[in-house]
Ligand binder design. Structure first.
Ligand SMILES: Cc1cc2nc3c(=O)[nH]c(=O)nc-3n(C[C@H](O)[C@H](O)[C@H](O)COP(=O)(O)O)c2cc1C
Length: 250
């Protein structure tokens, strides 16, 4: 019996450890076909998934993500932004140009993102655990080469799903006043009280969690998170090599 959407979201935490219990092909098909029900920009379904089944390939992705658990259990996918299929469906220079420019480049990333989010929700509603792996883009070109990705495709995320082997604590989120504004943008200074409250909750979470407990604060965490950005600077150039964003050539 699947959990409701609300129960699933209340219970969400990223899982990184999985048991060796298999996820059946039937269950996988259900997860993917349900996730495909998500809205898709201009009805272009501009995404594809590649399941990683070869152990050597999986090991390579584990190394790229620097997460040994990626090489272990559960099923592993790379989610692609994909306008390649659409170019084959409607050949012609004008269509190709439109499908590769910024607007449809973003559209394909949006589609891949919504698809991934829905797979997370469906899998978790069925009692499975998931981890989205942005870290496959620590080495985008290696992923493109390993998966033989043609032009107008780009890896967006990895997604690993399986039967969870542990129960991490639920991570807190910002309160509504920090993310929901009325009629115009609200600067953080106008909801400072919420930021201070959240900082306290965040610190409590990090101090008391069962693994890697530490003292942590919002400002420090936010600054630290940007450190991974440097090695991903190549992403734009790689997207262009894959045929996206031709308008930048002029
Ligand atoms: C786009 C995206 C990329 C992510 N990449 C990784 C990753 O490479 N490795 C990882 O362990 N977790 C990754 N995560 C999971 C986040 O770290 C996690 O969602 C966040 O810390 C909040 O924790 P929670 O999902 O348990 O609530 C990613 C999440 C998103 C949305």
């Amino acid at each position: 019996m699947a959990k409701s959407v609300i129960e699933t979201l209340q219970d969400h935490r990223t899982r990184r450890l999985f048991t060796d219990e298999p996820v059946s092909d039937d269950q996988l098909a259900e997860i993917i076909t349900m996730a495909q029900r998500m809205p898709t920009s201009q009805y272009l379904q501009a995404y594809s998934l590649i399941e990683i089944t070869k152990p050597a390939l999986r090991q390579q992705l584990a190394e790229i993500t620097t997460m040994p658990t990626v090489g272990e259990h559960g099923r592993l996918f790379v989610v692609l932004a994909d306008q390649h299929r659409n170019v084959q469906l409607a050949p012609g220079a004008t269509t190709r140009q439109a499908l590769s420019e910024f607007d449809r480049f973003v559209g394909s990333i949006e589609d891949a993102t919504l698809m991934t989010a829905a797979m997370v929700m469906v899998a978790e509603s069925l009692g499975l655990g998931t981890v989205v792996l942005g870290s496959i883009n620590n080495d985008t070109q290696a992923v493109i080469d390993a998966l033989k990705l043609p032009d107008l495709t780009l890896p967006v995320f990895g997604l690993q799903l399986g039967h969870p082997a542990d129960v991490p604590e639920v991570k807190p989120r910002l309160g509504l006043s920090a993310v929901l504004f009325k009629d115009q943008y609200a600067e953080p200074t106008t909801y400072q009280e919420e930021l201070t409250r959240f900082d306290g909750v965040l610190n409590q979470y990090y101090q008391h969690r069962s693994s890697h407990a530490r003292t942590e604060h919002l400002a420090h965490m936010t600054a630290e998170a940007t450190h991974s950005a440097a090695k991903r600077r190549e992403f734009l150039n790689i997207a262009r090599r894959q045929g996206f964003l031709p308008e930048l050539d002029h």
